[in-house]
Design a protein around this ligand. Structure first.
Ligand code: TYR
Length: 509
């Protein structure tokens, strides 16, 4: 688990996440052969220009303006113009993890060696990551095909010492931040503005972070479901391995096995109903869709991550200059649209489980709203009533965001970009859906813990039957207040959310 090395082979999602979250450093491969391969690309481009070859975005204007020739004396000025007229991003500024993920994704794409950039440019990007000079990248303004031109223009701007960067927690003029970090501003070589900006790094970096969160949530949802089953005195047999052997989807099988294992002990004497409601009985089928989606989402995100995705590309070995559309982020768009839908279904599932738990008509003997108050004070206490309302609101918001972004292609830029991916919007939606779903999970955690404590108080055997992993998980919530007298729960929910975001529990082998 040492340094993440760029240039030695393909990166995986976990490499990007580790650098983004600061758990592993990043470095370029210092093998001279790698450096020579990068330099060969830059030399090949220089030779083409010397020979008078027309190269899009180097000797021509950008996009639809590719028919405008740029006279040789203005060619050196062109890249800075690209970075400047794209300085029109709006919306929130990407956070530190997101910015680092974007930088890693861009660096890894350029390190494929087909973008015609100099070694110095790779080193400059490496320097931003290593010294944490973080471009302030606005989240909005990319159509996701021409890559992420506008947000990535903020990376280019920092590299040339323009606009603002965050350094040591402060927003600073980029030039000052570079100087303090001991880095030099770059003067971009003819194709380098395009190489930095004309690619899919924003959506891909965000997709890596989204994948990592979704993967954890899939496991957490299994464990919370197991505890919900125990608290509801549900039927463990719904998760029987023999039942799941009859349907070959791997995701539901894995989810059912985890839930079944967590519940331990024999079922028959605990189950109140022959068949539980669907949010319990079909939980593996809902969670398993996400589980199965993760494998193809990983494939597509990692393929994008390890691709040369700008335009034009060049192959110095075979002497080819290739004009194309590899900045088109269709795979990320579809992956993130799919992932956000599968994740939002978990929000819905957990919200429904919570609805069963707080309702004395469906919770098989627990008090209304899971309130622990008894006797004369019971009429004024409302337990988890408002938390459940909140979970319904978070769920509705998550479900609303599942409208696919990828189907909203607009013809833009004088009809040069007349079909685009909107993948960056999909990835941003997916992160927001994850946040909302994590909030629902926090609410459900509160409810299952309260429910199981109430069962304990009733002298019920269900909590005692939990297998060791599930029991240890339950015990980790010892700090949660037992809800007897009403109290604000926002701080508690935020703390639970932080634990979910930190992946505090190691869930299943
Ligand atoms: N992505 C476009 C390039 C482009 C660059 C900047 C723009 O403003 C517009 C388009 C292409 O390669 O064809």
């Amino acid at each position: 688990m040492g340094t993440v090395t760029v240039g030695r082979g393909p990166l995986c999602i976990e490499d990007v996440v580790a650098v983004a979250t600061g758990s592993r450093p990043l470095a370029l491969d210092r093998d001279p052969a790698f450096r020579a391969r990068i330099q060969a690309g830059a030399d090949f481009l220089a030779a083409l220009l010397e020979g008078g070859t027309e190269v899009y975005g180097v000797t021509t204007g950008y996009g639809d303006s590719c028919t405008t020739a740029v006279p040789p004396d203005l060619v050196p000025e062109l890249p800075a113009h690209l970075t400047r007229y794209h300085g029109c991003g709006l919306g929130r500024i990407l956070d530190e993890d997101e910015t680092l993920a974007v930088l890693v994704a861009r660096l890894n794409s350029l390190a494929q060696g087909f973008s015609g950039v100099r070694w110095e440019l790779l080193e400059a990007l490496e320097g931003l990551v290593a010294r944490r000079v973080l471009p302030r990248i606005p989240a909005e303004g990319s159509v996701g095909a021409s890559g992420d031109l506008t947000p990535l223009s903020y990376v280019a701007a920092t590299l040339i010492g323009e606009r603002e960067a965050t350094f040591r927690g402060e927003v600073r003029p980029a030039r000052e931040a570079l100087a303090e970090a001991g880095l030099e501003p770059l003067r971009l070589a003819p194709k380098e503005g395009l190489a930095i900006m004309n690619g899919t790094a924003v959506m891909t970096g965000l997709a890596c972070l989204a994948f990592h969160r979704a993967e954890y949530l899939e496991r957490l949802c299994c464990r919370l479901t197991a505890l919900a089953v125990a608290a509801l005195r549900g039927n463990r047999d719904h998760f029987h391995p023999r039942l799941f052997a009859l349907k070959p989807h791997a995701g539901p099988r894995a989810a059912a096995a985890r839930i079944h294992g967590d519940l331990g002990g024999p079922a028959e004497d605990l189950a109140v109903r022959l068949q539980d409601r669907y949010s319990i009985r079909c939980a593996p089928h809902v969670i398993g869709v996400l589980g199965d989606a993760l494998s193809w989402v990983r494939r597509d995100v990692e393929n994008e991550l390890n691709s040369a995705n700008d335009n034009p590309l060049l192959d110095p070995v075979d002497g080819l200059l290739l004009h194309g559309g590899h900045f088109y982020g269709g795979h990320i768009a579809f992956a993130m649209d799919g992932l956000k839908t599968a994740v939002a279904n978990l929000a819905d599932l957990m919200d429904r489980q919570l609805a069963l738990l707080v309702d004395a008509r469906y919770n098989n003997g627990l008090p209304q709203n899971l309130s622990g108050s008894r006797g004369p004070r019971a009429p004024i206490n409302h337990g988890l009533k408002a938390v459940q309302i909140g979970a319904s609101a978070w769920t509705a918001e998550a479900l609303k965001l599942t409208l696919p972004a990828s189907v909203f292609s607009r013809s833009t830029e004088c009809h040069n970009q007349d079909k685009v991916s909107m993948g960056t919007i999909s990835a941003r939606d997916c992160l927001r859906v994850l946040e909302l779903t994590e909030q629902v999970a926090a609410a459900l955690a509160l409810a299952v813990v309260q429910g199981l404590r109430l069962r304990d108080r009733q002298g019920d055997p269900a909590p005692g039957r939990l297998a060791p992993g599930a029991r240890a998980f339950l015990e980790s919530f010892g700090w949660l207040p037992f809800l007897e007298e009403d109290l604000p729960l926002d701080t508690t929910l935020r703390a639970l959310l932080a634990s979910i975001r930190n992946h505090d529990w190691s869930l299943y082998p």
